[in-house]
Design a protein. Structure first.
Length: 375
């Protein structure tokens, strides 16, 4: 099985300059390749492939005007073109938007290395081509016998450097467990309560972003009064980035622990295929903020890969299924139910429902019925 290990780097000033060169070159080649693709299509209706761009890149590096492209590993440039090709493929598969040019100010600095990387876990150093041996903070060890893959170095908005190493431990994913009603659970995502399970369990929403909104507003107000480009401007920008990173770290810790607990306790997890992006666009400002803060898509992603690693099942129901409005006892659909109605009584069978628990029960039933019918 494959997974990733992430370490914080501690580069020297000279190494930071070398990494900045790699980041800049990768960004330049990405934009150069994107421009080539757009121009070829607009003028000749021709599609430029990765191989075409790779050949042109070799000629470009030989030109005196662009000799600075040789100051970083050639692998970084090739991987930047591969990232562009992946972005294009995702666009045509309708799994992503059209690729955009990377801005020096707004883009996330990163560079991917494959060849020439050497990691010394005993001395906490990683050798990066044309950068040197960079110290890193050892927070986890690679399992014995595992093979290292690509190494991606990034610089976040706080100015800190990180390396992510893909690892393959050689183990095969376990067989999926049998889908049975007794070991299945329905999960309804919410805002007041983060997740509501069909067995009646409610997981409280910690609302990390909402609790820090006043502080963020104060920081942003002070930031708006700074002269653009000044040292105080840069310092305040870094303070805001660090505050946002603290919130993100707390949220990720909560999502990891919650998803691990749910996956460990159940063999089959039934969830809604929520259109989170559409919900944020069509909702009010406050509702959109709450939905974005909840990170439902990230939670589902974590549940999915943890389930694969443990041989568990994840079943999805349609995003437009009336899970909240359907009585889980008799099947009556209450079309008059409003979002503000947290409880309701079925006029047909008289069952009193907690809106969220009822939705979770229906999600479980709908997902299991769909799985059985497809077998």
């Amino acid at each position: 099985m494959q997974y990733a290990l992430k370490y914080k780097l501690c580069p020297t000033y000279k190494q930071k300059r070398a990494l900045a060169q790699a980041f800049g070159n990768a960004r330049f080649i990405y934009n150069w390749g994107l421009r080539k693709k757009i121009e070829a299509w607009e003028t000749e209706k021709k599609r430029v492939t990765y191989n075409d761009l790779s050949r042109e890149l070799t000629a470009l590096k030989a030109e005196k005007e662009y000799e600075w492209l040789n100051d970083c590993s050639s692998v970084v440039l090739q991987q930047s073109l591969r990232n562009l090709e992946s972005a294009y493929s995702n666009f045509f598969r309708k799994t992503g938007g059209f690729p955009k040019y990377k801005s020096k100010k707004n883009s996330f600095d990163s560079a991917k290395f494959i060849n020439g990387v050497r990691i010394d876990y005993d001395n906490h150093r990683v050798r990066i081509p044309k950068v040197g041996e960079v110290k890193f903070k050892d927070n986890m060890r690679m399992p014995d016998g595992a093979k290292e893959g690509t190494l991606t170095v990034t610089r976040d908005k706080c100015g800190d450097y990180w390396c992510t190493i893909t690892v393959d431990d050689g183990r095969q994913a376990p067989d999926k467990a049998e889908i049975r009603e007794e070991t299945a659970v329905g999960i309804d995502m919410g805002i007041k309560d983060y997740a509501i399970l069909s067995d009646g369990t409610k997981i409280e929403n910690p609302k990390f972003l909402e609790k820090k909104m006043d502080k963020l507003k104060s920081l942003n107000k002070a930031f708006s009064n700074k002269q653009k480009g000044s040292n105080n401007f840069k310092k305040m920008k870094a303070r805001i980035a660090r505050q946002n990173r603290k919130i993100a770290n707390k949220r990720n810790d909560f999502l990891n622990k919650t998803s691990a607990s749910v996956v460990k306790e159940h063999d089959t997890l039934c969830m809604e295929d929520l259109a989170v992006k559409d919900m944020m666009q069509n909702g009010s400002h406050d509702l959109s903020m709450h939905i974005g803060s909840a990170s439902w898509s990230e939670f589902r992603r974590m549940v999915s890969y943890k389930a694969d690693n443990l041989g568990k099942n994840v079943l999805l129901v349609g995003r437009y299924e009336p899970s909240s409005k359907t009585c889980s006892k008799c099947g009556y659909v209450n079309k008059e139910l409003e979002l503000s109605d947290r409880e309701w009584t079925c006029p047909v069978c008289g069952t009193h429902h907690d809106r969220d628990i009822n939705a979770a029960v229906n999600i479980k039933r709908m997902a299991l019925d769909k799985a059985i019918n497809n077998q």
